[in-house]
Design a protein around this ligand. Structure first.
Ligand SMILES: Nc1ncnc2c1ncn2[C@@H]1O[C@H](COP(=O)(O)OP(=O)(O)OP(=O)(O)O)[C@@H](O)[C@H]1O
Length: 240
């Protein structure tokens, strides 16, 4: 489903990703963890070309998205992303946030887009909020709308960039619960997270990044109980 081959990303002289190789199967849930500044967000943002890789190749399904001829908009349609700070359209209602892209990009009729939007709102527990504006919602509710909005494009892959880091503790659970439901649907998910309990519980694999290198790639049972590298051992000692 996703193949990453020798991915490098530099900002000027700063090498942020130093040759990442990995592949992710359809339906796999992968948690990307590691110290601050290790390149986790940059890695994730390369997967839908929010960051242009400096070199290396990334395939999503059969498409080499790093090929100059690849259609960036099509890639982004197919790879949904949820950000730390929601990025909802502030002047649109919750339902209009969900219908905008499917109508504009996918050509759904308003009726079709609203039907789909209402089903998604029900799934994330916000059926009663469709007419609200984002500024009337809690952080957890905003993030659930953001997840529903990304799902409204019916993507093959969902990327999550620290989706709970900006939330008050009591709201973290409700967002993680929605993500867990999504795991059970068989969605392919790549999640940058500091929630170690969640990563341990739901991920099929942990990618541990350090200094722009993929240092460990292992199932959570292995990674959390017997990390191989000293860097991962030190990291886990600090965060667990
Ligand atoms: N647009 C940019 N221009 C220059 N440097 C950048 C840019 N984006 C990220 N960096 C640098 O790249 C490095 C990796 O950043 P990145 O956000 O990918 O790390 P991270 O592991 O996600 O960190 P955190 O857990 O703190 O979010 C950092 O040193 C950061 O300052």
């Amino acid at each position: 489903m996703i193949k990453v081959d020798n991915l490098h990303k530099s900002y000027g002289k700063l090498d942020v990703l130093k040759g990442i190789n990995t592949s992710i199967k359809e339906g796999e849930v992968v948690a990307v963890i590691g110290p601050s500044g290790s390149g986790k967000s940059t890695f994730l943002r390369c997967l839908n070309l929010l960051e242009q890789p400096t070199s290396g190749r990334i395939w999503i399904k059969e498409t080499d998205i790093t090929d100059k001829k690849a259609n960036i908009m099509k890639v982004r349609e197919n790879v949904g992303m949820v950000f730390q700070h929601f990025h909802l359209f502030p002047h649109k209602t919750v339902l209009d946030n969900l219908t905008y892209a499917p109508m504009k990009v996918k050509g759904l009729s308003k009726q079709e887009a609203q039907k789909q939007g209402r089903e998604l709102l029900k799934k994330v527990g916000l059926a009663d909020k469709e007419k609200q504006y984002p500024n009337k919602l809690s952080g957890g509710q905003k993030q659930r709308v953001a997840i529903a909005r990304a799902l409204a494009m019916n993507p093959d892959v969902m990327l999550f960039d620290e989706p709970t880091s900006a939330l008050d503790p009591e709201m973290v659970k409700e967002v993680l619960a929605v993500m867990k439901d999504l795991v059970h649907t068989g969605m392919t998910m790549v999640i940058v997270t500091h929630e170690m309990g969640f990563a341990r519980e739901v991920a099929d694999r942990i990618l541990f990044l350090d200094g722009g290198n993929l240092v460990e790639d292992a199932p959570p049972s292995e990674f959390f109980s017997s990390p191989k590298s000293q860097r991962a051992q030190e990291f886990l000692e600090k965060v667990l």
